[in-house]
Design a protein around this ligand. Sequence first.
Ligand SMILES: Cc1cc2nc3c(=O)[nH]c(=O)nc-3n(C[C@H](O)[C@H](O)[C@H](O)COP(=O)(O)OP(=O)(O)OC[C@H]3O[C@@H](n4cnc5c(N)ncnc54)[C@H](O)[C@@H]3O)c2cc1C
Length: 404
Amino acid sequence: MTDFSMALNEDQTTLQAWVHGFAEQVMRPAAHEWDEREETPWPFIQEAAKIGIYSLDFMANAFSDKTGLSMMLALEELAWGDAGLCMALMGTTLGVAAIMGNGTPEQQMEWVPQCFGTPDDLKLAAFGVSEPDAGSDVGSLRTRAVYDAATDEWVLNGTKTWITNGGIANLHVIVASVDPELGSRGQASFIVPEGTKGIRMGQKFKKMGIRASHTAEVILEDCRVPGKCLLGGKEKLDEKLARVREGGKASSQAAMATFEATRPAVGAQALGIARAAYEYALDYAKERHQFGRAIIENQSIAFKLADMKVQIDAARLLVWRASWMAATRQPFLNGEGSMSKLFAGETAVKVTEEAIQILGGYGYVREYPVERWHRDSKIYTIFEGTSEIQRLVIARSISGVHIK
Ligand SMILES: Cc1cc2nc3c(=O)[nH]c(=O)nc-3n(C[C@H](O)[C@H](O)[C@H](O)COP(=O)(O)OP(=O)(O)OC[C@H]3O[C@@H](n4cnc5c(N)ncnc54)[C@H](O)[C@@H]3O)c2cc1C
């Protein structure tokens, strides 16, 4: 006998229902306004902090579930509520994931609580990897980190782009090159704490979707951070660099380690958007009458809904599998993290487009949420690794061939 079960336990169903209630009562009514305003929704973040959804405790509890499912359940519900508002809460977790993935236990204890703050003194974190000339190609980062032994400080210079919470975050985790000749193996992650001089916001981007989430450039000009801000510590970095220079393998690449860990969570958000659009379209198709019958009575509409449901459920299984594997420390030998993000992201785009089709003209106008869900869905095939990069990871994993 095995103890395998696909049933959610009581803690999980309680969490799911609680987050769903918040999504339905707080997020849904606020979604349109913040999409139009295209600003950081501080009152909303504060509300989420007050009830504990935007907090270290919430993240720690959800992520400590040994099955790996709790966080996926919560994220699906939050993105079902609204993806832009969800990202306004979750941008911080990218920085947190970088600290948890690369920091020492002491660094985790010191910096992670500072990423959230308190309901009356909110804090945000950001994770800066992408640059104008280094998006998918994270090995070619130009941002440099140079050690100043006289002051025990790292000096950061460069421009980061497309950064969620960039420039408005209290704490930035910045990935920079310590030895450019070593590509991604010569990179390290640095905390830039609140109040540090030499870091500022560049342009803020106006986006197609997830517009309640702030996205901007981050400019680093002789930005000095104390030696203790190097995640993992200098001894470990020096050892890694020496090993790589001698032709050995690096244990992990700073940016990639963070992205691998967060991919199922990104997939779970895409899933939430897809489910929102599917549910809406299903209800609509039953109510809307043309030619004297509900439009769902036409196979062409009913079959679309059937396909949408199949794709959503398949995406959920891939997301849950990847998250369960990560929580039970099973390596992604076939790119399972990438599979979950790839399939869920592409499903969200397809399902939301079909939902627009089912609503006809009503799907295309802003009075109805479906066009927003489609705009929101598209980012899930772009950030945290484009669909092409996910396919590259999967193809390399299954073949062992260095496919370009
Ligand atoms: C709203 C938003 C939020 C973001 N948040 C963050 C953040 O918080 N932190 C952060 O660091 N970054 C963030 N990003 C950046 C995001 O991760 C990058 O946009 C993404 O990695 C793609 O990089 P790029 O835009 O430079 O595209 P490019 O890498 O230039 O890719 C362009 C096209 O070429 C394809 N391509 C590139 N290389 C290959 C290849 N080898 N094989 C096949 N196809 C390839 C890509 O798939 C894509 O279709 C964010 C982006 C957006 C839009």
